[in-house]
Design a binder for this molecule. Structure first.
Ligand SMILES: Cc1cc2nc3c(=O)[nH]c(=O)nc-3n(C[C@H](O)[C@H](O)[C@H](O)COP(=O)(O)O)c2cc1C
Length: 317
C-alpha cells in the first residue's frame, strides 16, 4: 500500500491510525486494527491503572510485533500510577492529547517510545514539534470527542500544519473512508487518524446501543456542547439538548457542571443509555451505515484510498 513517513515511523502497512477513544478503544479494537495493517490505540483515558495494565498485556500477547500503542489524555497531569504502567510494560508507541506536549514528551522519548501529540491549530503543531514529538496529529472541528476551541476544520488545518512543521502530520477529523484519506494525503498529511468510524465496529467496546445510535445518526445528528468549559462533539439526544438550551440562555459554569453530572460519558458510551448519556461522536457519524470488523474496515479504507488515488492519476484518464 501507500508508503509514507507514518508507515515507516510506526512499522505499519497502511497509514491509518485508529484514534484512542474513552470507553470504546480497548485492546481488542487496537489489535483488530493492527491485524488489518493499521495502528490501533488503546484509550487510556477511561481506564484505571490496573485496567490499563491488563489491556496493554493483552495487546502485547496478541501482537508482540507491534501495530498498537496507547492514547493518553493529559488534561492537567497524569496519575503517577498510570505513567508507571506505560513505562513498566514497555509500551512502544504513545499518543498524548489534551494538554501541553512539553509535559511528558521528553520522558517518553527517553524511555524509547515513539511519541505523537494531538492538537488543533498550526501554531500548536509547532509547539508539539518544539517539544520533540515524532509526529503530530492535527484534529479538525468535525471530529468526535473533545474539540479545539478555535474550531478550525480539517480542510483548513491540515495544509497549514503541513507547511508549519517538519515532522509528519497525521490528519484527523471527519475522515471515514478512502476518499477522505486520499484527500488528507493530497493535502500533505502522511497518515490519518480516524475515530468515529471505528466506534461502529465489532471489536469496539462501546455499548451496542451506542453503535446503533451511530449507524442511525443523520448527517446533521451531532453538535458541539460545553463550548465554554471543554468543547465536545456529541450525538443530539435528550441530555445534549438540555445542555444546549442551558448554554443558549447563558447558564453559568456551576449549572452546566450540574447538567453534565458525573460519569455521563460512561453512562452513554459504555452502559448504553442513548437518551441521557454523553455520546461522543464526530460529524462522520452521518455516513456510518454498518458495523464491520475493524480489520476489514482498515483494509476497506486502504483499498478505497488506493482506488481514489489511481482515479486521480492522469495516466489513468
Ligand atoms: C467516542 C470517542 C472518544 C474519544 N476519546 C478520545 C480520547 O480519549 N483521547 C483522544 O485523544 N481523543 C479521543 N477521541 C478523538 C479520536 O481519537 C480521534 O482523534 C477523532 O475521533 C478523529 O475524528 P473523527 O471522529 O471525525 O474520526 C475520541 C473520539 C470519539 C468518537
Amino acid at each position: 500500500m501507500y508508503k509514507t513517513r507514518v508507515t515507516e515511523l510506526f512499522g505499519i502497512e497502511h497509514p491509518i491510525i485508529q484514534g484512542g477513544m474513552i470507553w470504546v478503544a480497548g485492546w481488542k479494537l487496537a489489535v483488530a486494527v493492527a491485524e488489518g495493517g493499521g495502528l490501533g490505540l488503546i484509550g487510556a483515558g477511561s481506564m484505571t491503572p490496573a485496567i490499563l495494565r491488563e489491556h496493554v498485556r493483552k495487546a502485547k500477547a496478541a501482537r508482540p510485533g507491534g501495530g498498537w500503542g496507547v492514547n493518553l489524555p493529559i488534561f492537567g497531569s497524569v496519575a503517577a500510577d498510570t505513567l508507571a504502567v506505560l513505562l513498566e510494560e514497555g509500551v512502544k508507541v504513545i499518543f498524548t492529547s489534551g494538554g501541553s506536549p512539553k509535559l511528558y514528551t521528553r520522558m517518553f522519548k527517553d524511555a524509547g517510545m515513539t511519541v505523537a501529540h494531538v492538537t488543533s491549530t498550526p501554531t500548536l503543531a509547532v509547539k508539539c514539534e518544539d517539544a520533540g514529538v515524532d509526529a503530530v496529529v492535527v484534529e479538525g472541528f468535525e471530529a468526535g470527542g473533545h474539540n479545539g476551541r478555535d474550531e478550525l476544520t480539517t480542510m483548513v488545518l491540515v495544509p497549514q500544519a503541513v507547511d508549519a512543521v517538519k515532522v509528519p502530520v497525521i490528519a484527523a477529523g471527519g475522515i471515514y473512508d478512502g476518499r477522505g484519506m486520499a484527500a488528507a494525503l493530497a493535502m500533505g498529511a502522511a497518515g490519518v487518524q480516524i475515530g468515529t468510524r471505528f466506534v461502529a465496529t465489532a471489536e469496539s467496546s462501546g455499548h451496542e446501543a451506542f453503535k446503533k445510535a451511530v449507524v442511525d445518526a443523520s448527517p446533521t445528528g451531532t453538535f458541539l456542547v460545553l463550548r465554554k468549559l471543554i468543547p465536545v462533539r456529541v450525538i443530539k439526544n435528550e441530555w445534549a439538548a438540555r445542555m444546549m438550551k442551558a448554554e443558549a440562555r447563558g447558564a453559568d459554569d456551576d449549572e452546566l457542571l450540574e447538567i453534565l453530572g458525573a460519569k455521563r460519558n460512561r453512562l452513554g458510551m459504555f452502559e448504553g443509555d442513548v437518551k441521557e448519556g454523553e455520546l461522543e461522536i464526530g460529524q462522520a457519524a452521518g455516513a456510518v451505515r454498518d458495523i464491520p470488523s475493524a480489520t476489514d474496515l482498515v483494509r476497506r479504507i486502504a483499498l478505497e484510498c488506493e482506488e481514489t488515488l489511481a482515479r486521480l492519476n492522469p495516466t489513468h484518464r
